[in-house]
Design a protein around this ligand. Structure first.
Ligand code: ZN
Length: 335
């Protein structure tokens, strides 16, 4: 992921200004704390996340989990170049057996989850909902570029845990991620209104001297047979400070509709100085189309197409956006 990161152009003439107090929803703000060699991104999602989740009639815990996956996707995928595609998927043995978030740079998001209602029970946190399996992240930068896939095991932990594991094992970049999703209740002229909101932050330590980025293993695994302690690595002071700062971020700060992203970043990093880059807008938009569905139908074997005729027509529902496309048997080639 980070190897794909495009550096925002840094101009030395960037004026110093006070943080904007105007909240901007549905956007990612890249930022930098150069005094600590930290780079990061802050996501704030409002209407776009609500649109993604209410298209599906998910129970609240499933919607919240999928929302967290959407926030994580925006933190990891938003550095892709134009037309790039970032896909995050989980495949696990828990009540939510599969989820997918598909991000197409620079802005489009779509997502869905598969779950077993009967097994949801009291499983409320993301670790219990997912269970064990794996998380896959795929980067597709277009036909001329090779596809990249990163895999990380899910072992009953949260998506935040999985992201940390991924960066520790695969990228070896000191990274912390925070994800928060919640439902907001607001009163407007028509009475109470509810809507999903999400927020997240990615913080990475990218010192010029690579030896400063050494990290202790998260899981030392088996104890050494001679009984000596597992080796420990002293973390760089700047990264210790970065982790302690991101550790103070509350869920409510990440999703608070009245707290601007810039103010949140200023609140955290003002003593060291934080530079923000222009926000990148995000939107909920599916890429399905009648033509694409028709082409897919025509790629099926004739007997499969015939098996899809119900009540004199062929109906195909897009799992991402719940759009229904209807065809006559002739149109679907199912006669
Ligand atoms: Zn669709």
């Amino acid at each position: 992921m980070t190897s794909q990161m495009s550096d925002p152009a840094i101009s030395l003439e960037t004026p110093v200004r006070a943080p904007s107090s105007v909240p901007v929803d549905d956007a990612v703000i890249p930022f930098e704390v150069s005094a600590l060699d930290l780079r990061g991104r802050l996501t704030r999602l409002g209407p776009a996340l609500d649109e993604l989740l209410v298209r599906h009639d998910y129970p609240a815990p499933v919607a919240k989990l999928l929302g967290e996956a959407v926030v994580l996707t925006t933190l990891l995928g938003s550095s892709l170049k134009f037309d790039g595609r970032f896909i995050l998927q989980t495949q696990t043995d828990g009540p939510v057996s599969f989820l997918i978030v598909d991000f197409r740079a620079p802005a489009r998001l779509r997502a869905y989850a598969r779950f077993d209602q009967a097994r949801l029970g009291d499983a409320l946190d993301s670790g219990a909902l997912l269970g064990r399996g794996h998380l896959a992240m795929t980067i597709d930068q277009g036909p001329d570029m090779s596809r990249y896939q990163g895999l990380v095991a899910l072992e009953g932990g949260s998506l935040e845990d999985a992201a940390h594991e991924y960066f520790l094992r695969s990228e070896q970049i000191p990274t912390r991620v925070r994800l928060a999703v919640g439902e907001e209740w607001r009163r407007d002229g028509n009475g109470p209104k509810r809507g999903w909101r999400g927020g997240g932050m990615l913080l990475q330590f990218l010192p010029k001297a690579p030896e400063r980025a050494r990290q202790a293993d998260l899981d030392p695994g088996d104890a050494p047979p001679d009984g000596s302690a597992a080796h420990t690595v002293a973390e760089d002071d700047a990264w210790v400070e970065g982790q302690s700062l991101i550790g103070t971020v509350e869920d409510i700060e990440l999703i608070d509709p009245d707290l601007s992203g810039e103010r949140l970043l200023y609140r955290l990093f003002h003593e060291r100085g934080v530079r923000v880059f222009p926000p990148q807008a995000l939107q909920a938009q599916c890429s399905c189309s009648r033509d694409a569905v028709e082409a897919m139908l025509k790629s099926f074997a004739p007997q499969d197409r015939s098996g899809m005729v119900k009540d004199g027509k062929v109906a195909v529902t897009c799992e991402f956006c719940s759009s229904v496309y209807e065809f006559t048997p002739q149109q679907a080639g199912a006669e």
